[in-house]
Design a protein around this ligand. Sequence first.
Ligand code: GRG
Length: 318
Amino acid sequence: MSDTDRFLREQERLTKRIEQVLQRFLPPEEGIADTMPSEEDIRMPLIVAEAMNYSLMSGGKRIRPLFMQLSFDLFGGRNEEMLQPFLAAIEMIHTYSLIHDDLPAMDNDTMRRGKKTCHVVYGEAFAILAGDGLLNRAYETALLASEACHDPNDFVRLVLALRVLSTKAGIRGMVGGQALDVASEGKLIADREETLYFIQENKTAALFEASLMCGAILAGAGVEAVDMMERIGSRIGRAFQIRDDILDVTGEGKTLGKTPGKDAREQKLTHVSVYGMARAREDLLRLTEESIADLSAVGAREDDLIVHLTRQLAERMN
Ligand code: GRG
């Protein structure tokens, strides 16, 4: 078996396990509102749960939980019961952001992960609620890791990981980046490079940082190693966004699972619009190789899946 086949098989195995973890923490689609006055009313909260599950289980690549798992493994993590709620939580946060990003008030898209996006199937109000529900469910789920804490050190790790997850998903992370992205659309920006960097770092890279940092924290890694994982997450996440910007120009809707060509139509600030295609490709490769050099500094080997995955993302087609 070639190295590439071996990596793909291992990645497939881990992704299947992540799907099972997600199944374990899905919101129930029954028993939510037994006290509602009428049959029709009772259906409403259930439809929100259905919408949450529709988007969550609609076939994403599960890259963020994969990185969290691989970071946990890299630092010799053993308490999988503490990790698993966090694997589900990061994917729930990511999925909520996709649902809200597709809304007419934001990026206004009808396709996601090759399917009709949430608001097309369930309507805008219910898609907003499904996103809210997933964000909240993420923290409900992450806190379930407390049931697997065996000693005070475990509780400290849980609190640190929660701090990282909530900060990186919030106004000083993904939400902040999305706000600047939306605000800069179609505008003449004085410092395009600085603005672009802020958007990439926060809208996209913050969740990669959270994945790698939470994996390391829950495995018991020290402060320096966690800081290094933040730096690596920043580079991998920015590279991920640059690849996204390139694919928006070169990709096809069928492979992408979403509508291509929107960045130019909506005059978005992207790596391609600011630096051009050739420089975008160069920066993508540079950030990828820098991430791999830093990964090897924290003990990853060339034939570890975390290194392979980092390389694979630079060439991804969706
Ligand atoms: C609405 C608060 C809020 C944030 C939205 C994630 C995001 C921020 C917007 C989605 C649009 C976008 C292109 C963001 C950049 C990050 C990105 C490339 C997301 C897509 O992630 P993948 O490719 O998706 O991992 P799958 O479907 O595979 O999970």
